[in-house]
Ligand binder design. Structure first.
Ligand code: ADP
Ligand code: MG
Length: 300
């Protein structure tokens, strides 16, 4: 099961919440969706889960279009919304049975509910009313409802926000565990968390995708960041022909910050590419940086 997002733009009135965003999530991947508040994370997740339509662009889930084939998409996607809306006066088991009903699961409902309770570690809390649960356990109920129809893809919007450090650890471990047999996309504004849990991270800011990179890249492949200064402004479309580039940003004047994943010194690639494109390089240097630094630099 894969997700393919192509040139998605979302307008709320005249505000652009998403601006021509494209990326792919491959089967079995855990993708961290990182960005400051208001970046457009929830908007993107609502679109993929068929809750709101995009203004333009296309999203397919394993080939099924979210607009023309939304029933197929809904069957394969489980979604935990940011606010985790639950019926607080319901009991845990009662609520999960209710969600089974929404999905038309009748025959094996008891078995399904039991399985979800086991999977999300709700065993000791299963007979409680939802309002009696701690925030961490409410979050587990939210994850259990997202999983109930056994979707191949899980979309979790800020699943760890507002949790204490122990609960945080538990939910992160659960996401990792679920990622073993599901494709998971989860949003967060905590860099360390994304780095610890995901295979790949996408950073968005003000509706634009700024970085798409692997976490824990292969040993011989290095994540690199190169700062290059040209003698004049350049046509940014040229960057697409730079092999290995992950993202670029015009930092100041004619300076550009380029992130890349490459087995060799990426300065060589930039120098060669500049020569081929008749660009004059005034300076070229490496910048070592962590994901945290990338985040701070790419977002504001
Ligand atoms: P994030 O989840 O990254 O914090 P959101 O997707 O919630 O970002 O919001 C992106 C932008 O779109 C914000 O500026 C937000 O105010 C705006 N926005 C989100 N939902 C709506 C809506 N229903 N109507 C108008 N503006 C909205
Ligand atoms: Mg949000």
């Amino acid at each position: 099961m894969s997700i393919k997002v192509e040139g998605v733009t979302k307008l709320y009135g005249d505000q652009k919440a998403l601006d021509n965003v494209s990326f792919e999530v491959k089967k079995g991947e855990v993708l961290g969706f990182l960005g400051p508040n208001g970046a457009g994370k929830s908007t993107m997740m609502k679109i993929i889960s068929c809750f709101i339509p995009p203004s333009s662009g296309k999203v397919t889930v394993n080939g099924a279009d979210i607009e023309s084939d939304s029933m197929t998409v809904r069957k394969s996607v489980g979604y935990l919304p940011e606010s985790n809306p639950l019926y607080y006066d319901m009991y845990v088991k009662e609520y999960l049975h209710f969600v089974c009903g929404l999905y038309g699961i009748t025959k094996d409902a008891d078995k399904r509910v039991e399985e979800m309770i086991r999977k999300t570690g709700l065993g000791r809390e299963q007979h409680k009313q939802i309002l009696q649960l701690s925030k961490g356990y409410k979050q587990r109920v939210g994850i259990a409802q997202a999983l109930i129809h056994d979707p191949a893809i899980l979309i979790l919007d800020e699943p760890t926000s507002g949790l204490d450090p122990n609960q945080l650890q538990d939910i992160r471990a659960l996401i990792k565990e679920l990622g073993k047999d599901k494709t998971v996309m989860f949003s967060s504004h905590i860099m360390q968390e994304v780095e610890a849990v995901s295979d790949r991270v996408i950073i968005i800011d003000k509706g634009k995708l700024v970085t798409d990179r692997k976490v824990g890249v292969a040993e011989n492949e290095l994540e690199q960041c190169v700062i290059v200064e040209f003698d004049s402004e350049i046509n940014e479309q040229l960057f697409s022909s730079l092999d290995g580039m992950l993202s670029f940003k015009n930092t100041v004047g004619t300076n550009y910050m380029i992130t890349a994943s490459s087995t060799e010194d990426f300065r060589k690639s930039v120098a060669k590419w500049a020569r081929e494109n008749d660009l004059l390089v005034l300076s070229l240097k490496h910048q070592d940086e962590s994901l945290e630094e990338v985040f701070r630099k790419h977002t504001s």
